[in-house]
Design a protein around this ligand. Structure first.
Ligand SMILES: Cc1cc2nc3c(=O)[nH]c(=O)nc-3n(C[C@H](O)[C@H](O)[C@H](O)COP(=O)(O)OP(=O)(O)OC[C@H]3O[C@@H](n4cnc5c(N)ncnc54)[C@H](O)[C@@H]3O)c2cc1C
Length: 502
């Protein structure tokens, strides 16, 4: 406990998923070695450590869903499974010699801006420390959300969230209720359907589902990527380019998405022959406004005789009877919640206390929205940035692209602080944040995410504070360098006085 007390580091990175590990690699490359990675769990991997549900895999091809600086010629499948992605992140931690920096079981409880010393005071589960600069990479989808269902405590069976799968609980021969039809649920359903005696799916909103062209990457391909790394780069480039073109439809021409809807309907019709079931599964909103899900196994699983689709959300639990909002009842032994995460109420925001004594959550609530400068910095929270912050999410491409852009920005922030010299801090100017967000929201207006439907991308006020309304290349350009005019430079009073005296 006392081990890290009164310790000071140059940079504290919070989280050891793609964001935190990427930040650590980038800091080392910038010549910063005085940093720690604080992780609440006992191993690295974030999303890919926590989500172990059957069928868990990425839905962006592996050669794009990986770091550009750590290509992996050995990806076993076009869409690799959780086990392989987790192993990849463990490998990154080893190869880039990050282990000495990582502190497990060190959940950050609070971080408070110390205006006198221009640094952050952090309280963690393993003691306290201070840092000149904080990189918060706690993940956009790391705190599971279970809806408040009346009577859930009366359920006699097992209940768990998709991101906290209980592997000790055998689902064979059980009546399983799956609540939710998001990205995790559509991977879970085909994996659980063959085991369960009955599978009841509670569907509030049907997703649009396109086929997933998943296949083993052949030995010859892997050999080629190993021997000629440029071939892996070309593959990545192609995967990236296709998605950059696709995004134009979402951001600029949502009206033309009807063709894509027709393809998705054909995909459904191939497996779902029963017109009544097809009607239940057909979305009534524009494709793309929620993430388009990829699966070639979801619809075939739903067509199996041991599956019931309830086209209504779970609204009440009465013992082992689950009641949907439309009154449909089903008996279950196990409830699996595939109900997503706390996204628009970023949990870490309650734990960051800024210059005026308010938490980040309070500052955002007062401003009416979760917003940051270039997805990273917030006024009143100097020398603090978040990775995958507001409006950095993607609807159709790899989040690693966005993370790497944000790490370019982080590297430049750290560089600028070094150039400025002495005890110094950079605080985003409110005007710069407003102007950035005005532009983001202006572009958002005509995108499919704002015009197509209600989704978890929108906050309680209907504002889209999660998605980036452009291409990943545009975001990369916007975060390549820090524009110092967007920041106020803070100095400690002693230094300011010395400067005046001089
Ligand atoms: C099932 C699933 C599948 C996905 N598939 C894709 C995909 O195919 N393509 C894609 O682009 N994106 C996908 N995503 C999104 C995915 O979350 C991101 O791509 C990426 O993994 C996020 O990395 P991260 O490091 O920001 O967050 P995370 O991986 O969530 O890591 C955050 C880390 O911070 C730690 N942490 C949180 N709070 C604290 C605290 N207070 N103190 C200390 N540590 C803390 C957590 O324990 C965790 O290790 C998927 C998400 C899920 C849940």
């Amino acid at each position: 406990m006392a081990e890290h007390e009164h310790e000071h580091v140059r940079v504290a990175v919070i989280g050891s998923g793609f964001g935190g590990l990427g930040a650590a690699v980038r800091l080392r490359r910038e010549g910063v070695t005085d940093f720690v990675v604080l992780e609440r769990a006992g191993s690295v991997g974030g999303t890919w450590r926590d989500n172990t549900y059957p069928g868990c895999a990425c839905d962006v091809p592996s050669h794009l869903y990986s770091f550009s600086f750590a290509p992996n010629p050995e990806w076993p499948r076009t869409f690799s499974g959780q086990r392989h992605i987790r192993a990849y992140l463990e490998h990154v931690a080893d190869v880039f010699r990050l282990r000495p920096h990582i502190r497990f079981d060190s959940e950050v409880k609070t971080m408070t801006w110390n205006a006198g010393r221009l640094c952050w005071d952090l309280e963690t589960a393993a003691g306290s420390l201070s840092a000149d600069f904080v990189v918060s990479a706690t993940g956009p989808l790391s705190d599971p959300r279970i809806p408040d269902i009346p009577g859930l405590d009366t359920f006699p069976g097992k209940v768990f969230h998709s991101a906290r799968w209980d592997h000790d609980h055998d689902l064979r021969g059980k009546r399983v209720a799956m609540v939710g039809t998001g990205a995790s649920a559509i991977q879970i359903v085909p994996a659980v359907q063959p085991l369960a005696e009955r599978l009841t799916l509670f569907q509030r909103t049907p997703p649009w589902v396109m086929p997933r062209v998943d296949r083993a990457i052949t030995g010859a391909e892997r050999l080629l990527h190993r021997r000629l790394p440029v071939t892996a780069q070309l593959r990545r480039g192609l995967l990236w380019g296709i998605r950059e073109l696709q995004v134009q439809l979402f951001t600029k021409r949502p009206d033309e998405l009807g063709l894509v809807e027709a393809l998705a309907k054909r995909n459904m019709a191939r497996s779902i022959k029963d017109p009544a079931l097809r009607a239940k599964l057909t979305p009534d909103y524009r494709i793309g406004c929620k993430r388009i899900l990829l699966s070639s196994e979801y619809y075939p699983a739903l067509a199996e005789p041991n599956v019931d689709v309830v086209a209504s959300g779970l609204s009440e639990v009465r013992g082992s009877t689950l009641v949907a909002a439309d009154g449909t009842e089903a008996e279950a032994d196990v409830i699996v919640f595939g109900t997503g995460f706390h996204v628009t109420d970023m949990p870490i925001a309650d734990r960051v206390v800024g210059a005026d004594g308010r938490t980040l959550a309070e500052a955002w609530a007062a401003g009416g929205a979760m917003e940051a400068l270039r997805g990273a910095s917030v006024p009143g929270f100097p020398n603090w940035m978040t990775v995958i912050g507001p409006n950095t999410g993607l609807g159709n491409s790899s989040m690693i692209l966005m993370i790497e852009s944000q790490l370019n920005y982080m590297a430049d922030l750290v560089r600028q602080l070094r150039v400025l010299g002495g005890r110094v801090a950079l605080d985003a100017r409110p005007g710069a944040v407003r102007s950035w967000n005005r532009r983001v929201q202006e572009r958002m207006k005509r995108t499919v995410w704002n015009t197509g439907c209600e989704s978890w991308y929108l906050d309680a006020n209907g504002r889209n504070s999660t998605i980036w309304p452009g291409t990943t290349a545009e975001f990369r350009r916007a975060t390549r360098q820090v524009d110092l005019s967007e920041y106020e430079v803070l100095r400690t009073p002693a230094v300011r006085k010395a400067e005046v005296d001089a």
